[in-house]
Ligand binder design. Structure first.
Ligand SMILES: Cc1cc2nc3c(=O)[nH]c(=O)nc-3n(C[C@H](O)[C@H](O)[C@H](O)COP(=O)(O)OP(=O)(O)OC[C@H]3O[C@@H](n4cnc5c(N)ncnc54)[C@H](O)[C@@H]3O)c2cc1C
Length: 805
């Protein structure tokens, strides 16, 4: 075994082996995999091997597509067959909400150019003659889906890696990890130590223990999963072609052909957690005890859809452990707050994703940036609230819902609340319908109608619509208060602070005390890494605010880039300070009444900041907001939040001050064309394609400049536009294909209803030649093409007169 390597991958399941293979394939030969037993010894060896394009997330669908491409090519490269069968797959719907979900998936898949078709119940019956299609409304059919043999793909990738000089050590257990002061890792194993630059935790069922070796707590717990193989079915034997995989999510089951019979897999209503406090190290390749009573209802569901199975006995019942995270998606990427420690674990559908994620993670490690935006699986999407106990509670809800209808606006009650603003009880009393954002309870909207406090999840306009409408119009005409306590806030200080921040952002950091600047941070490709507002508080002292969900991501990026000479200090203020937004034409009158000091336009112009006493509390007030009205952000000590709130609400009574929620904020930011992090601003887009190209200051050096210069010289391929969409009752949500006639020319990045303008709006990227206002295009929403027109941005208050009033 090598004692030094560039990367050590811990775990020889499908995921770890794929990462090793791709690192070697792309040129890093000095890479080692360590497996405590034999390859595939965790969940991999017993997986059913279903490999489909389906995923509710656009980028995860891209991972699945990449996997299938890799599996189809692996035999030629390694000589080892992956055991691939092209069978096609069907996902059915027996209710209108599910049809809407399929409509969303259909349109999103068309953004990717995937081969996906609508099928009627009759067509489903033709594709799978053993299926009872009673009660179905329709389905989607992917003709190119299939299945693989999980062990074969793992062995093939290991073979491929070894051919490229990568080292695979079986029967070698990692027992500890130490990081040296120079950031190198020492991987301790029962066969000796390996010193390396990078560690990748792909330890599957044991990933939490391997994470703990580096001081991390990650939310991943195993649950038992059952599938049943039936005795030989003559009707299957007599077929010339293979039967498609069928997913009947409304019955929480999947069925596929296995040799001369069928497999029925199921996700029952009660998860059986398996060694939630840590899987024993000794476990390897063992089946768990079946509990037929526990899954009997779902076997019934299977027999209802596939009556032929009722005529055959069980040949084998497989029960095996699969890892589950709080939302069922894996934990991938750089592990906060460490350097050179990657996570690649928490996989529930890891066979489908192994090939692709190996490719993308290898690229991420080697190039410093992922080739596609992997935020939806990035482990930093969770904060410290997502600990073991949180996940232990949460997967009780997540597991039975793995096949539930996907909605863009469903807020489950499980494992909540976690983080609340001090005014939480006041928000509740005012009729808040809460959503959870990075663990924080945030009102989505307020209502006096008790029945509407639970939002009806839907792809169409729902019971929240009228309340959001009222809130937006109220903010437009009077004054509203939004609680954004959850903002991520960082204080950057020290003699090197200005110079360093100027390197980190393409914008010029404010030079005058009390000035605020919108400061995008770019990655090495010139694309958006983060988006920050930076306020200069004093000489050598800056206050940086970013999206709450990006807290770990953004702070990790800054932390890893701090100068080694100690000239810059970083302090997290997120949990020390709250933030209220007051916005609307009466906002200044309100502030003047509630605060001491001059708040006139001359004393506190747009994009400036100053300290003011709001009542008895010293606050930092920034004349800035995200909704496009006259407005202020009021940052205050968290312990004084209730005092600030009461003062504002009392002073605001005269100006009809009312609280508003996240949905109204999002509607208003769309009308203003303000970009959202990870929607418009992600690793695929640079400021040059958007309406924030004015933030790029070419006369200074900054991270990503070289790449951005290249993009500028070559000319942008896409341009951000705002589209006025002729939607009826379902607005675009993002990932909608944009068509010019029959040609797909772009994709929306976000969308919704602009209540102040009473228009359905989408933001999206199209080629520059189609970006002129007046261009007529179409946006596909839930499978239906809708007329759309490019409109000048911003749609609302184009001269910013209201905001700068
Ligand atoms: C019954 C069943 C059916 C399934 N069906 C499907 C399906 O149809 N499609 C699909 O996509 N997915 C399916 N899955 C899920 C899939 O099997 C997993 O998502 C996938 O195998 C996870 O792979 P992994 O490499 O992350 O982890 P694992 O397969 O668990 O591999 C982790 C490896 O790390 C090693 N390891 C751990 N700790 C250490 C250490 N300290 N030192 C050295 N080595 C260590 C282990 O020995 C193990 O070999 C199924 C799973 C089960 C149980």
């Amino acid at each position: 075994m090598k004692t030094h390597a560039r990367v050590v991958v811990i775990g020889g399941g499908a995921i770890g082996t794929s990462i090793l293979y791709h690192l070697a394939k792309y040129g890093w030969k000095d890479v080692v995999l360590v497996e405590k037993h034999e390859l595939t010894s965790g969940s991999t060896w017993m997986a059913a091997g279903n490999c489909s394009f389906f995923h509710s997330n656009y980028y995860c669908t891209r991972v699945n597509m990449k996997s299938i491409e890799i599996y189809l090519g692996i035999e030629e490269e390694t000589g080892q067959s992956p055991g691939w069968h092209t069978t096609g797959s069907i996902r059915t719907a027996d209710n209108p909400d599910r049809m809407d979900e399929l409509g969303y998936v259909y349109s999103m898949n068309r953004c990717l150019g995937l081969n996906v078709n609508w099928v009627t119940p009759d067509e489903i019956a033709q594709l799978h003659p053993m299926m009872n299609v009673e009660g179905l409304l329709g389905g989607l059919y992917w003709p190119d889906d299939g299945d693989v043999d999980p062990s074969s793909i793992t062995q093939a990738m290991a073979l491929g890696a070894k051919k490229l000089d990568a080292e695979v050590n079986q029967h070698t257990q990692v027992t500890g990890l130490t990081q040296k002061p120079n950031s190198e890792w020492v991987v301790h194993t029962d066969k000796g130590d390996i010193t390396c630059e990078w560690v990748v935790n792909a330890a599957g069922l044991w990933a939490p223990q391997v994470a703990a070796m580096a001081g991390l707590e990650i939310p991943s717990i195993a649950g038992e999963h059952t599938h049943v193989l039936f005795e030989t079915i003559e009707d299957v034997v007599n077929r010339d072609t293979m039967l498609p995989l069928v997913r009947d999510p409304d019955r929480s089951i999947y069925i596929r052909q296995e040799m001369d019979s069928l497999i029925l897999g199921l996700y029952e209503s009660k998860v059986k957690q398996w060694y939630p406090e840590g899987v024993p190290w000794e476990y390897a390749q063992g089946e768990l005890q079946p509990d037929i009573d526990h899954v009997a209802d779902y076997i019934e569901h299977g027999l209802y859809r596939f009556p032929i199975m009722g005529e055959h006995g069980f040949k084998h019942v497989t029960v095996g452990p699969i890892t589950y995270t709080p939302n069922g998606d894996p934990l991938v990427g750089p592990a906060y707050p460490l350097k050179n420690y990657f996570l690649a674990c928490g996989y529930s559908f890891g066979i489908t994703q192994a090939g692709g994620i190996g490719h993308y993670i290898a690229g991420w490690i080697m190039n410093g940036e992922p080739e596609i935006d992997l935020w939806s699986v990035d482990s930093r999407r969770y904060g410290s609230y997502a600990n073991w106990a949180y996940n232990h509670e949460k997967i009780e809800d997540t597991y039975p819902r793995l096949y539930s209808t996907i909605f863009p606006n469903e807020w489950r009650d499980a494992a909540r609340p976690n983080r609340t603003s001090p005014i939480y009880e006041y928000q509740k009393a005012a009729g808040a319908a809460f959503g959870e954002y990075y663990g924080w309870e945030c009102p989505n909207y307020f209502t006096d109608e008790a029945s509407d406090r639970d939002e009806t999840p839907s792809w169409r306009r729902n019971n929240a619509f009228q309340h959001v409408d009222r809130e937006c119009k109220h903010v437009m005409n009077h004054a509203g208060l939004l609680d954004l306590t959850r903002f991520a806030k960082t204080r950057i200080s020290g003699p090197g602070a200005e110079q360093w921040l100027n390197k980190m952002t393409c914008q010029k950091v404010p030079v005058t005390e009390g000035r605020i600047a919108l400061c995008p941070m770019l990655d090495g490709n010139g694309a958006f890494k983060s988006d920050m507002t930076i306020t200069k508080m004093a000489e050598g002292e800056y206050f940086c605010v970013t999206a709450s969900v990006g807290k770990r991501h953004d702070q990790h990026w800054m932390m890893l880039n701090l100068p080694a000479d100690g000239s810059v200090q970083m302090e997290d203020l997120t949990y020390k300070q709250g933030c209220f937004i007051i916005a609307g034409p009466r906002a200044r009158d309100l502030l003047a009444k509630a605060a001491y000091g001059d708040v006139s336009n001359e004393a506190l112009p747009f994009s400036t900041s100053k300290e003011l006493y709001v009542g008895r509390v010293k606050c930092r007030v920034n004349r800035m907001n995200y909704v496009g009205e006259l407005g202020y952000e009021i940052f205050h000590p968290i312990e004084s939040q209730i005092s600030v709130f009461k003062i504002l609400m009392e002073a605001g009574a005269e100006f009809e001050l009312k609280m508003f929620g996240m949905y109204a904020m999002d509607s208003m930011r769309l009308e203003k064309g303000y970009l959202a992090w990870k929607s418009e601003m992600n690793v695929h887009h640079s400021p040059l394609e958007t309406n924030v190209d004015w933030t790029v200051k070419w006369d200074k050096d900054f991270s990503g400049k070289q790449a951005l210069e290249k993009i500028k010289a070559e000319g942008v391929k896409l341009q951000l536009v705002c589209l006025d969409v002729a939607a009826e009752d379902s607005d675009p949500w993002g990932y909608n294909p944009i068509f010019n006639g029959s040609e797909r020319v772009g994709m929306t990045s976000s969308g919704g209803y602009g209540h102040r303008l009473e228009k359905s709006i989408a933001l999206g990227y199209v080629p520059p030649e189609l970006a002129d206002p007046g261009t007529k295009l179409e946006v596909e929403v839930l499978g239906k093409k809708l007329p759309a027109q490019v409109v000048a941005m911003p749609l609302y208050d184009p001269k910013n007169e209201r905001m700068k009033a």
